[in-house]
Design a protein around this ligand. Sequence first.
Ligand SMILES: [Zn+2]
Length: 516
Amino acid sequence: MRTLNLASSRDASQSPVNGLLVAGFLAAIIGGTWSTGAMISNAGAGEALRLPEMGDPASIVLTPTQEALLGETLLTQIRGALRVSTDPELNDYVQALGTRLTAAGLDSGMEFHFLLVADRTINAFAAPGGIVAVNTGLLLTAQSESELAGVMAHEIAHVEQRHLARSYANAGAINLRTALAMLASILAGAYGGADVGSAALLSSMAAGAQAQLAFSRANEQEADRVGIGLLAAAHFDPQGMPAFLQRLHEHSQLSVGPVPEYLSTHPVTLSRVSDTRSRAAQFTGSFAKDSARFQFAKARALALSTDPNSLISQYEETLRAGVANDSTDRYVYALALTRAGEPERSIEVLNTIDATPETSLHVDLAIAQAHLSAGDPQLALAPLQRLNEIYPEQESIIYYLAQALTDAGRPHDALNHLDEATRVEGHNPALDQLRAEAAARASLPWISHEALADYYSAYGQFGAALQKLELALATSHIDPIARIRIRSKRDRLIELQQGEDRPGEQLPTRSGSVAR
Ligand SMILES: [Zn+2]
């Protein structure tokens, strides 16, 4: 279907620094081009919050079960079409932020997937099945955690209120073809039909899509209202939403160059800013506006999406000019040093950061990463094992620990950690890559093939995944339990592929049977 581009799954530096230095190093925030999707719209005075009821039109159009199945397939197609970040720490961060919002304010039981798209334009979008995606450009533009949370809460509200399910009228057959058509419409809305990576198929489908998935004005108002409620329930400052809208409004006034069609039809108006501001003012209590974790995540996103040499020279210039630097500035500098092949200098810089309990994890993981880049897995091991005991299920820690164990010649121990983490639905595909590597070193070729198949599946490359599963089954000495597991994965992929070829078929369910 598509060729695998491993680079597309990483935060490879592609965007040059085109921002401006404003009062300090980290203030160099990149102003991307305008490309706004579902989050930009008009808003007016509101009606009361209304949750969808059983039997409402949305449920008739697309049942929650159908939506979840569609979402599962959409997730693989979105990973295949967009540069979804697989950085373990950034991934952990957006998952934690999204989960804090959904856990506090929702009880629908819907499973959410929060994605960070490595793209410097300011954008966010929602897709059926609980998918909420935020661009790196938006993370870098937000000035506080409550602003980012405001955008995510708005998108979560679109999903929760089932606006997408309502707007998709031709949901008779839910299959891979449906998912692709849906994705084409979503991306045409969110990215203006622009280049979405290697997906030539998508461009042709976007051209044929009947209509863009634009939310109605009423949907947008509802998403703002519900989103503000989610912010308050999760103890984020509800003023984060109007603050970010205000920032976007100012940005749009300054913006030069062509304005994408979506923005011209759905501008952030001053009335939307003031409406959300007065709604947010109705909430009182103690709210968190910002966090050190947010500032470190933002620093990391900047460091991973910018040419490291230009970051290094910018930082050293501010040192010479005597401009004060703070801990996030030094963190960015250290990450850039590691990326530029100077891990020893990076560790020296990281050791000068006075880490707080909130930020020490980021600093410790950066030190571990630098040791791994320097080819010293032994030095990374003990601190990572300690962190894994404190935070046993954190993917980013498991990722670096497994890497350290593999590099230190202990691939079986690495596999033990990875086996648990990769059983989690929707896990970071970067873990599958590591699992493939560790299994190859542990002389377990069928596990290695299976892990690569999982990796390809996560990117919607079902043909390549099937080939790997066939290779796994053809391996001699394969253990019987693995054989059963791999066969059932193979059968499920075959059903998925057949759905693509035969419109009208239904998506297989998780257990491999067919949903009706
Ligand atoms: Zn919206």
